[in-house]
Structures are given as structure tokens and as C-alpha cells.
Design a protein around this ligand. Structure first.
Ligand SMILES: Cc1ncc(COP(=O)(O)O)c(C=O)c1O
Length: 434
């Protein structure tokens, strides 16, 4: 039986529900990347490392809520904190102590977080960061990375997918104000930045390219870009929405002795609830202070009905408290990531390149002479349809879920046994292709 037939046979309730969903929702989904052929299974509940669908199939999950669930699904401490909060109610729309408590943890762990603003998605956090950079510098141009993903904000919806020169969407205006530079290629990037230096408000970069292929930036690259921006009086914005609290208790940037002006956070710091965070140095963030400033002087940023809602704040606080009090979590999941990369490397051999860092990893089926992956152009040249087939095979036959085509995240709920099972499933896949 083909993988598609196997999948259809075991997901009959999902098929019916997804047909209903498709009548109501564009593409049947509310986030474009959640759709895959023939239809995505519909989740009934989740626990620990597992997703359980409406047909009662269980999947070891490596998607982990868009990589936000570092403790696994529904961890006890977060659940208890949320239950307590729900007893007191879950939305105030006013200042609350829960926010202060979360910020106290973040500001201790993230030195640049001298001032913090909460929003309800990473998209908003990057959107406001870009606006702030323009306000602070009085300049218009923002540089981003080829393949960099910062959410659907119109400002940054450019050069996300190959070919990077093509517009990503209709309806986006002023695209000329966003320029794009090649990841991990300092010389070429500096040449491009130099050309727009007079109007360059800032550069926004992920220290590990997430959606663009799970590729760590080199320290030299980030340092070189930072040096340029600081000399040029442009802002250096690090988007740590994926990397913040993922590899260590705090951000990735201090490990490279970087000095960003603004850092964005999200995902993990919301403990599975909606969040986006903009943190920065006082002298930068004060541009967002509305007191006594004319409209033309201030940067109007942040907010939203649900910003700093107490449920996101307590879920984030409980998650960060658990990570802080149990430092072995990082060594455990980082080691599992190393193990996954090593074992997958052994079974795939030179057919495949495994990228990633710590508990994040991604498989790329080499093609077109690609022997290493240091940027999204390399990723685009690999065999993405093989990657989709590989992930779909694991969904249909092995009870393992990667969102097809995307990187995998290991949580504290995963074990070595899970990684071994995933490696065995990968070996079966590659053998079936020989
Ligand atoms: C690096 C990065 N920035 C920003 C975002 C957008 O965050 P959100 O999906 O919460 O809007 C994402 C989402 O995956 C991301 O990976």
C-alpha cells in the first residue's frame, strides 16, 4: 500500500474534519505552513512528546508547537500555573503583576532587556522593532537576510523564499525600503550595506536561521555586521524568537559576545501561549516612551488588546522558572540534538546534510552539487520534494511528526529512545530509495 493510502486509511476522521475546515478556512488552515498533502491530520490532544489525532493515532512530535514547547506538551508546572491563573480569570487588559514577574526573569537572563514591551506574536515584535529602528535613526532602509523569516509583517515579507529577488506577496508596498543580504557571507553583505549606508536604519538577523533552513550564523559574520551597523549608527537587531532560551538560559548572543541594540523573543518565553517580546537598551527603547513627545518624535509601538495578558505571562514565567531551576534540561536536549545529527549523518552518509544546533536539527537531501549548507540558497538547491516524502513517510508509517519540510525541535519530553526510533525510521526510508 502506498504511503498516501496508508495515511488516508488511518486518518479517516481527520479527512472528514479537514473537509469541514476547508469550507470555512482559506486552505483549510490558519497558518499557510500547516497544510500538507493530501490533508493534515486533525489533533485532538497532546501530552509530553506526543500529538494524538482525532483517529487516535499517536505521533512523537518534532514540530513542538512551531518549536515553542521546550518542556514538551502540557508540562505539569505550566499547567498548574495556568490553572491557578484561570481561577483568577485570564484576561485583564490592565497592568498586572504576572507581567512584572516574567520581565524580572527575562531582564536578568538577557542583558540587553533594559526595557521590555510585550505583544502577542513574534510577527508584531519584529514589526515594531523595525519601526523603532527607523524612528531612532530617522532613516528608512532595513536590511534582512536572504531566507530570513520574521513573520508575516508587510515590512519584512521579502526575500524569504527562493528566488529571493521575487516579491513574496501582492499587497506589499515600499519593498524598495527592505534590502537583502547573503547569510554568512560578510564581504558581499558589507558591499550591499555600504551602498545604502546613509539611509540604513538597521539590520535584522536570526543568529540561527530557523525557517530558512536551521543554519547557525558564524560568529565572524554576526560580529562583522554588528561592527558595520554600529559604526554606521544603524541598529543591530537580533531576532531570537527561535533561539532565545532554546540552547541556554538566556539568548544566544552573549555566547558570541555580541552587543545588539534590540532583541526580539517569542515562542519559548510564552510557555505555549501567545507572545512576542521586544527588548532593548534603555536609550533605544525610550523612543517608544510616549510621555511628553510629539507625534513626530515618538515611535508608536507595542500594544494590542491581548498584550501582556496574565495567562501568557504566567505560562512564560512557569516555563522559564522550570528551565532556570533545572539546568540539566539544556544539557539533555542539546546532547540529544548532537546525537540525532550524528546518527542521522551515519545512516544517510553523504546523500544528506544535517544542519542545526543544540536541540534543533534539519535534514537536507543534497542535490545540484551542494556539499555544505551555510545559507538559504544552498537549502533551495537541495531536494525539497525528497524531504517532504521523508517526513510524510514518518507520519504515515512510523508515528513520527515533523511538519513536512521543516526543522525538528527536541523537547525535555523526548528521550534517546525516541531519537533512536526516528533514526531507524529514517534508515528504512533511505533503504527504500536505494
Ligand atoms: C525567527 C522568527 N521570527 C519571527 C517569527 C514570527 O513569530 P510568530 O509566528 O509568533 O508571529 C518566527 C516564527 O516562526 C520566527 O521563526
Amino acid at each position: 500500500m502506498s504511503e498516501i493510502s496508508q495515511y488516508k486509511k488511518k486518518t479517516m476522521k481527520s479527512a472528514k474534519l479537514f473537509a469541514r475546515s476547508s469550507k470555512l478556512h482559506v486552505n483549510g488552515v490558519s497558518h499557510n505552513i500547516r497544510f500538507y498533502e493530501p490533508y493534515p491530520f486533525v489533533v485532538k490532544k497532546s501530552k509530553g512528546k506526543n500529538l494524538i489525532d482525532v483517529d487516535d493515532n499517536k505521533y512523537t512530535d518534532y514540530w513542538m508547537g512551531h518549536w515553542s514547547l521546550i518542556l514538551g506538551h502540557g508540562p505539569k508546572k505550566v499547567k498548574e500555573a495556568l490553572k491557578k491563573q484561570i481561577e483568577k480569570s485570564w484576561m485583564y487588559g490592565t497592568v498586572n503583576e504576572q507581567t512584572i514577574k516574567l520581565s524580572e526573569i527575562i531582564s536578568k537572563a538577557v542583558p540587553v532587556a533594559e526595557k521590555i514591551r510585550y505583544v502577542t506574536s513574534g510577527t508584531e515584535a519584529t514589526m515594531y522593532s523595525v519601526r523603532l529602528a527607523r524612528s531612532v535613526t530617522g532613516r528608512k532602509i532595513i536590511a534582512k537576510i536572504d531566507g530570513g523569516w520574521h513573520g508575516y509583517t508587510s515590512d519584512l515579507l521579502k526575500s524569504v523564499n527562493w528566488p529571493f529577488s521575487e516579491s513574496e506577496s501582492s499587497g506589499v508596498v515600499n519593498e524598495e525600503k527592505i534590502i537583502s543580504i547573503p547569510y554568512n557571507d560578510l564581504e558581499s553583505s558589507l558591499k550591499i550595506l555600504q551602498k545604502v549606508s546613509k539611509d540604513l536604519a538597521g539590520v535584522i538577523i536570526e543568529p540561527v536561521l530557523g525557517g530558512g533552513g536551521c543554519i547557525p550564523a558564524t560568529k565572524e559574520y554576526l560580529k562583522g555586521i554588528q561592527e558595520f551597523t554600529h559604526k554606521n549608527k544603524s541598529l543591530f537587531i537580533l531576532d531570537e524568537i527561535v533561539t532565545g532560551f532554546r540552547f541556554r538560559f538566556g539568548c544566544l548572543y552573549p555566547t558570541m559576545k555580541l552587543d545588539p541594540d534590540i532583541v526580539t523573543l517569542g515562542k519559548i518565553v510564552g510557555g505555549g501561549m501567545a507572545i512576542g517580546v521586544m527588548c532593548g537598551k534603555k536609550e533605544i527603547m525610550q523612543y517608544a516612551d510616549t510621555k511628553g513627545k510629539k507625534k513626530s518624535e515618538r515611535s508608536y509601538v507595542g500594544g494590542g488588546t491581548f498584550s501582556a495578558n496574565p495567562s501568557s505571562m504566567v505560562a512564560g514565567h512557569a516555563t522559564l522558572s522550570a528551565l532556570k531551576s533545572n539546568k540539566t534540561i539544556y544539557s539533555k536536549i542539546n546532547c540529544l540534538g548532537d546525537f540525532a545529527r550524528r546518527e542521522l549523518g551515519k545512516i544517510f552518509g553523504d546523500k544528506v546534510i544535517i544542519t542545526g544546533k543544540g536541540s534543533l536539527f534539519m535534514t537536507h537531501f543534497a542535490k545540484n552539487g551542494i556539499t555544505e549548507i551555510t545559507n538559504s540558497t544552498h537549502v533551495a538547491k537541495c531536494d525539497s520534494s525528497m524531504l517532504q516524502k521523508y517526513h510524510f513517510k514518518m507520519i504515515s508509517q512510523d508515528g513520527i511528526f515533523f511538519l513536512p519540510g521543516k526543522l525538528g525541535a527536541i523537547s525535555n519530553a523526548h528521550s534517546e529512545v525516541d531519537i533512536k526510533k526516528m533514526v531507524l525510521a529514517s534508515e528504512n526510508f533511505i533503504n527504500s530509495k536505494r
